[in-house]
Design a protein around this ligand. Sequence first.
Ligand code: ARG
Length: 466
Amino acid sequence: MTDTNKATNQQWGGRFSEPVDAFVARFTASVEFDQRMAAQDIQGSVAHAKMLASVGVLTDAERDQIIQGLAEIKEEIEKGEFNWSVELEDVHMNIEARLTQKIGITGKKLHTGRSRNDQVATDIRLYMRDEVDFLLEELTRLQQGILSLAEKEADTIMPGFTHLQTAQPVTFGHHLMAWNEMVQRDYERLLDCRKRINILPLGAAALAGTTYPIDRNMTAELLGFERPTYNSLDSVSDRDFAIEFTSTAAIIMMHMSRWAEEMVLWVSAQFNFIYLPDRFCTGSSIMPQKKNPDVPELVRGKTGRVYGHLMSLLTLMKSQCLAYNKDNQEDKEPLFDTVDTLKGSLRSFADMIPAIESRKDHMYEAARRGFSTATDLADYLVGQGVAFRDAHEIVGKAVGFGVEQGRDLSEMTLEELQGFGGMIKADVFDVLTLEGSVAARDHIGGTAPAQVRAAVARAQAEIAKR
Ligand code: ARG
C-alpha cells in the first residue's frame, strides 16, 4: 500500500485549491478493507460498460477495451501484483485509475452515468450475495452433520433437563433434532434475507438518477439481480440488507453458543455424556491432565462480536438522513467481520458435530438417577382413574421417600409403591423404565426413537429440495 504526501485525488480534485491533508486522506480512505470487494467491483463495471454500449453511450470498441482492461486488472489483483494506493481512497477509484493508466482516455468513460454511491451499494450486494450462497451451503453441511449424528443416536437415552435439573428421559437423537430445527429456521431466514440483497441499485447514480438513457433492467439481468431498485434516493442509502444479514448471523451465533454451552457441559468429567475427538480440543500449558473444549468455547465467545456488529450497523443507520452519507463507509468492517466469524464458526461446528461420540452408559445412568420417570408414574395413575393433580401429589410423596432412601422409583418394591397409591399394580414397572418412558412419547415432535427416525427422514427430504 503506497502512502505518500503527494497530491490529492485526481478523480475529484478539480475544484480543490490544495491537496487533501495526508492524515485526512488516510482517515477517510477505505481501500484497506474494501479491496475485499474488488472482484465484485469489476463484475459490476463490466455489466455497466456492456449496458452503456448497448444504449449507445459507449462504442462497442470502447466497451471491449474496458472489459479487456478490467480482466487484466482482475488478474493483477488475484496474483497480488496490484498496487493499492491510499491516495486513491477506495477500491472503486483504485481500479478505475489503473484502468485509465492501462487504456487511456476510454478508461475515464467507464464512470459515465454512475456514481460511487450506487457503485458501492451494488458491490456490497454482489459481495453479500456470494457470501450468503456460500453460507447457505455451509448451513446445509452443518445440518447434514447433525442429522447423521441424530440418526446414530436415535435410541440413546439421556436425561432431558429443565432448569438444568433432570426432568424426563429423552433420546440423544431427539435432542440433536432440536438443534436441527434451529438450523432449519436459520437457513430459511438467510434465504429470505438473500431476496432483499438481490436487487440492483446501480443506475441511482449519486442520488437522483442520471440523464443518460440507461437500461437498468439489462444491467440487473447481466448481474443476476432480480430487478432494479425503484427509488434512487433509497437505493444509495439503504443498508437494511446488511442489518438483516447481521441479525440473521447473530441468531445463528446465538444458536451455536447454546450448543457450545451444552457441549462444554457434556464433555466435563461431571457429565461425561460425550467424547470430542482430540483434534477439536487443546491442552493446558500447566495442567498436564487437561483437554479443553476450545472450539465450542471460542464459538460461544465469538457470538459477542457478532451481536456488537449488529448494534454497530443499527446505530450507524440511526437518524441518517437521505441519501448517501460518508457514514455508510463504516458498514463494511462490521459486515466483513460478521461474515468471517460466521464462516469460521459454521465450519468448525460442521466438522466437529458429526465426530461427536456419545458416552451411552453415562447418559443412561444419569437419566436413571434424578427420578426422570416421575411424570410417567403420574400418567400411569391417571390411567387408573386418578385425577392428575392427585396423581402428582402421590408421586411427589413417593419421590420424597426415594430421596430419603437414595433409591429411584424403579428401584422400589411394588408394596412400597402401593403404600403411596393402592391402585398401583405390577405393570407399573413397564412405565418406570427409561425405554418405556421414551417409547411412549410417540407422536410428531415426541422423543420416541421411531419419531426421531421419522424426523431425520423428514429433514433429509427437506434438504434434498434445496
Ligand atoms: N468508499 C465509499 C464507501 O465505502 C464509496 C462511496 C463514496 N462516495 C462518496 N461520494 N464519497 O461508502
